[in-house]
Design a protein around this ligand. Structure first.
Ligand code: ATP
Ligand code: MG
Length: 575
């Protein structure tokens, strides 16, 4: 492409709302045009990146015999009513009616559509497994669209779906997809982690699910991992243990004065004990099957609750912190809440890290009072519910107690998931098995956020000057800049451009006649992996062109004859 013919504009200013590098740089470098909250137009250079990402995905999925289809973006409400998700996804989905009053929606995902296709075509186990994928636009009416392409409302997703006769086949299909995903992100040149993910209430308890996370400081997900083993899990899923805590064993419960000491830190400082020797009491309200219930959640004083774990444990549709009036009605005093003698209407849940036979400091449910010596197994009236609810922390250990864990940030770019028979059952998709019996096949679903991956690649690869594209997904491989005005040098540059193109090298030729300052600024901002400079003065003196690598700044001087082979070598080194 010759820049003199391109529709491209870079900007000095970055939009105020752009908080993270990928959003800032995509806007500044003129790759995106915003048309509404969380809605973007992909301009020519962005589209080239998207197409490259899509093609890598296609190649790897085609290799495992997944077939590409395109499902409609607008789907009938009926399908979603069959699966039971019409009401459940009301907030995330844009729902509307056609002129005849029939419900429609913009698809946020396509399990229903694909199951509808499947049940019409596949009738026998002999036709299994089936693997279909598509790459298309999704719309999710996210509560807080933000960070540009990272959390858009309209975005491009690759979604694949597989159908299997039994668990063994589903595991095999899952394993193949896991491998294909690893190849996809490796080929894109990204540093990523594969982590165990939270299955939420989507699958059964033995459903496998993993996320593919691009490692980046600006990631919204926390990855708990150990360097001495292959353990890696999303913080919503991670179950790690604390070691070397020593608890006291007081023989009886005594009341202590804690005037105006509402925080755990205040109380523990006052009593000169570690915070984990107290219990943190949190009150939550959950709604399950339209029924509201209240829960007192207890954690070691210095631990944090993971709300996703609590929501899953309670099998709740919604979970919120309990309102102040309700807390009062339950007979609890904010700042002094504790599990001793509290209302029957509260369900008490203890986190797994709490040693139920040790004694703790707790709120006394009285103003300015705490209790000392509370032992859950001794002082609780009923049997004690205990489960893992805390956030893992650096310095915890894996369940076996051998591997210390650390935490890093990641961006979820892919998610693979065993759905089991959730949709095939709800939508009566059945096949005959080898005994002639009707069975509901088991499903897997597998997503990649194509546009989010583009943003994640920038989060991971950029500097002060701009983006630094990995070779495999760069809009072009080479930025060819010409410095010089004579007809002779222009002719030479044009010949060089043609010869690079005929050698199948992807070149963006800056023939706009800008000065070197402006040209290099644009070149660094756009971040193509290789820059070739033909400088009239240098070339006359030395007969050499300059190759500069965006990532490491390495410079090579090459002759015109050696140029193409050197560039090809540099490209191949990175692919
Ligand atoms: P998140 O937890 O980030 O909201 P999700 O778990 O809801 O994502 P999935 O339903 O697993 O997302 O979708 C598959 C993939 O689509 C995700 O792994 C992510 O890469 C991408 N994706 C999801 N939501 C968005 C969005 N709002 N904008 C861009 N990409 C998205
Ligand atoms: Mg996900």
């Amino acid at each position: 492409m010759r820049l003199s013919k391109a529709c491209w504009q870079t900007y000095k200013e970055i939009p105020k709302e752009a908080e993270i590098p990928s959003h800032q740089l995509l806007m500044k470098a003129g790759l995106l045009h915003k048309s509404g909250s969380g809605i973007y137009q992909y301009l020519p250079f962005a589209l080239r990146v998207i197409q490259k990402i899509e093609n890598i995905i296609r190649e790897e999925l085609n290799k495992i015999y997944s077939q590409e289809i395109t499902m409609s973006m607008v789907t009938p409400g009926e399908l979603w009513k069959e699966s039971g998700r019409w009401d459940l996804m009301e907030n995330l989905m844009v729902q509307f009616e056609d002129r005849g009053g029939k419900d429609l929606c913009l698809s946020p995902t396509n399990e229903e559509s694909v199951t509808d296709i499947f049940r019409k075509i596949v009738k026998s186990y002999k036709q299994l497994p089936v693997s279909l994928y598509q790459i298309n636009t999704k719309f999710r009416d996210e509560i807080r669209p933000r960070f540009g392409l990272m959390r858009g409302r309209e975005f491009i997703m690759k979604d694949a779906y597989t159908f299997h006769l039994n668990k063994e086949c589903m595991d095999k299909g899952y394993e193949e997809m896991y491998q294909a995903y690893s190849n996809i992100f490796k080929r894109m040149g990204l540093d990523f982690a594969i982590v165990e993910a939270d299955a939420g209430n989507m699958g059964s308890t033995d459903s496998k699910t993993h996320e593919f996370q691009v490692i980046a400081e600006t990631g919204e997900d926390l990855i708990v991992y150990s360097e001495s083993s292959d353990y890696a899990a999303n913080i919503e899923k991670a179950e790690t243990i604390r070691k070397n805590l020593s608890f006291s064993k007081d023989s009886e419960v005594t009341e202590i004065d804690t005037p105006k000491m509402k925080s755990i830190a205040d109380v523990c400082n006052h009593l000169k004990v570690d915070q984990y020797q107290s219990l943190k009491s949190l009150v939550y309200t959950s709604i399950t099957d339209a029924k509201e219930s209240h829960h007192l959640v207890l954690l070691l004083g210095d631990d944090e609750l993971n709300e996703v774990k609590l929501k899953n444990y309670l099998n709740a549709t919604y979970l919120v912190m309990t309102k102040d009036e309700t807390i009062k009605d339950l007979g609890l005093i904010k700042g002094f809440i504790g599990p001793h003698n509290c209302s029957e209407n509260l369900n008490i849940v203890y986190d797994q890290a709490i040693d139920l036979d040790s004694s703790y400091i707790i709120g006394a449910n009285k103003v300015d009072k705490h209790l000392k010596g509370f032992v859950p197994s001794r002082n609780c009236k009923d049997s004690v519910n205990q489960t893992d609810l805390r956030n893992s922390k650096p310095g915890d250990y894996t369940q076996c107690g051998e591997h210390e864990v650390k935490i890093k940030k990641g961006i979820e770019v892919g998610h693979i998931f065993q759905l089991g028979d959730k949709y095939t059952k709800a939508m009566s998709a059945q096949v005959l098995d080898n005994n002639g019996k009707k069975v509901n096949p088991l499903m897997g679903c597998y997503g990649i956020g194509v546009t989010r991956t583009m943003a994640a690649a920038i989060e991971q690869n950029h500097d002060e000057q701009g983006m630094i594209w990995p070779m495999a997904i760069a809009p072009y491989q080479v930025y060819f800049s010409l410095i010089g005005k004579s007809e002779e040098i222009k002719k030479l540059a044009s010949d060089i451009y043609d010869s690079l193109v005929s050698d199948k090298i992807e070149v963006l030729f800056d023939d706009r006649g800008l000065g070197p300052g402006a040209m290099f600024k644009d070149s660094d901002l756009l971040g193509l992996p290789i820059r070739i400079t033909l400088g009239e003065r240098d070339y006359k003196e030395s007969n050499l062109l300059e190759i500069k690598l965006r990532k490491c700044g390495t410079v090579h001087k090459v002759s015109r004859e050696g140029l193409n082979s050197k560039v090809k070598e540099l490209i191949n080194n990175e692919l």
